[in-house]
Design a protein around this ligand. Structure first.
Ligand SMILES: Nc1nc2c(ncn2[C@@H]2O[C@H](COP(=O)(O)OP(=O)(O)OP(=O)(O)O)[C@@H](O)[C@H]2O)c(=O)[nH]1
Length: 449
């Protein structure tokens, strides 16, 4: 099953606004409105179309409501948790767990009642896990939905404007299509590939109506995106149990490195990991302070040196501390203002040497942070860093701030570097693990019939 099938699989939320403004121009039928109280299983049944494709029988108005509510709940819970939850280290957590376990054992009168309570608590925790997973899925969908709103409408606007002028599929059509795609940041090469592949596809599918053509364009974009990512490893790598993992963050100024580290620190600490940060950006006055603020907000210690100190000395101190004090994760913030490739390469190589003197297998990840709003500049940066060090993945920040979501397509097709995380806003929980399905759906859902 291909990535494009996400549109068949997912329930397309459609409220009155999106239906009236949807690019396809379709409106909610009275049948779909009347159906809106049907069960979820009925709602996801598919209706065969004359062209052999499948579409959802009706849009899920109630699903839209659910997503919004669950999103609100997630925010509320996250805020409450961060306000009231005192930090509990793993030791005290396991101590209190074992105390409560032994006291509950003392209280249990028979083996039978003990095993009954175990099995009921097992099934409780299983259903809790299922509920958590489904809540996380809903909240991912809501976050992608919201964070990609600008890109979605920007892309839809450009494509619809292009299709509104469309008369026949001729050379001019393909030239205009290339311009439209390039202005969405997909990059020159990919725009050409899409338009070349479309020539054949449009002919084969005998697409004549703008809506048919739009469908073929998006299908082609998603197919090429998927094909380019076949060998990509988007998982995060960790050291073996008992050893600290090191993530090194690289990228030019202002792309969101420090903010990303802060957001990840929050996430991993909440997952129960013992996290340490290193402020190795000693060039910019204020960079260390900014990381320290994140440290105190997320209750994570920060190793820092004096201003203009050798970044490698800060890194060394942090790695030693991580090892000696049994940290699970060390995240290193680096400066991104080196003037050229050679300096950058030397600086990063020095940091890696220092890390590897203490932890030979580290760093497990070298994450390049790119700002989505900088479009083709981000691609240039990716090239510079890819040539300078062995980047293992990309964090694409500020996707919420761009109306040109195509940059992610360009990164994949031109750089072959996996996007591992995506920034969909400024709050800690807006940093999400990258999920291609959610991304593609969030970007195109209003455009696919
Ligand atoms: N809207 C939005 N803003 C973001 C996101 N990620 C980071 N930012 C903002 O981007 C700005 C710059 O972020 P920093 O973390 O200071 O960037 P940096 O790369 O560490 O910058 P230097 O320390 O100068 O190298 C801050 O105002 C962040 O709040 C995101 O995903 N969405």
């Amino acid at each position: 099953m291909g990535l494009f099938d996400i549109f068949r699989k997912k329930e397309k939320p459609a409220d009155s606004t999106s239906s009236s403004t949807s690019a396809s121009g379709s409106t909610l039928s009275s049948e779909s409105l009347a159906n809106s109280t049907q069960s979820k299983s009925e709602s996801s049944s598919l209706k065969p179309q004359p062209d052999g494709s499948l579409t959802l029988k009706r849009p899920l108005t109630e699903k839209t409501g659910l997503v919004n509510e669950s999103e609100a709940d997630v925010w509320q819970q996250a805020l409450q948790k961060s306000e009231v939850e005192p930090e509990q280290d793993q030791h005290s957590e396991s101590q209190s767990r074992s105390q409560s376990e032994s006291s509950s054992r003392r209280q249990s009168e028979t083996v039978l009642s003990e095993s009954a309570s175990t099995s009921s608590s097992q099934s409780e925790s299983e259903s809790q896990n299922q509920a958590d997973a489904s809540q996380e899925e809903d909240s991912d969908q809501a976050a992608y939905d919201q964070g990609l709103e600008k890109s979605r409408s920007g892309f839809a606007d450009r494509l619809n404007r292009f299709l509104a002028n469309f008369r026949t599929v001729d050379e001019e059509f393909f030239e205009n299509l290339e311009d439209t795609l390039i202005s969405s940041d997909v990059g020159f090469d990919l725009a050409l590939r899409i338009s070349n592949e479309l020539r054949e596809e449009v002919r084969l599918k005998n697409a004549k109506k703008p809506s048919d053509i739009r469908q073929v364009i998006i299908e082609k974009m998603v197919d090429l995106y998927e094909a380019d990512g076949v060998d990509e490893d988007i998982s995060m790598h960790w050291a073996p149990e008992g050893q600290p993992t090191v993530f090194l963050f690289v990228g030019v100024n202002g792309v969101g490195k420090t903010t990303t580290i802060g957001k990840m620190a929050e996430r991993y600490r909440k997952e129960g990991k013992k996290v340490l940060l290193a402020a190795a950006d000693t060039f910019r006055a204020g960079a260390t302070q900014q990381l320290q603020e994140w440290g105190s907000r997320t209750q994570v210690p920060v190793v820092a040196g004096p201003e203009k100190a050798d970044p490698a000395s800060v890194v060394y101190e942090a790695v030693e501390k991580a090892k000696n004090e049994n940290y699970d994760l060390l995240m290193v913030d680096t400066a991104g203002r080196l003037q050229n490739n050679v300096n950058l390469m030397q600086e990063l190589a020095k940091m890696k040497r220092v890390i590897q003197r203490v932890l030979p297998e580290a760093p497990q990840e070298v994450l390049l942070v790119l700002d989505a709003t900088t479009g083709q500049n981000a691609l240039q940066q990716a090239k510079l860093f890819k040539d300078s060090t062995d980047v293992t993945g990309i964090v694409l920040t500020k996707m919420d701030g761009t109306a040109k979501g195509g940059i992610i397509f360009a990164i994949r097709s031109a750089m072959h570097l996996p996007v591992k995380w995506i920034g969909l806003g400024e709050k800690a929980s807006d940093l999400r693990v990258f999920k291609p399905e959610e991304f593609v759906y969030g970007l195109f859902k209003d455009l696919v019939d």
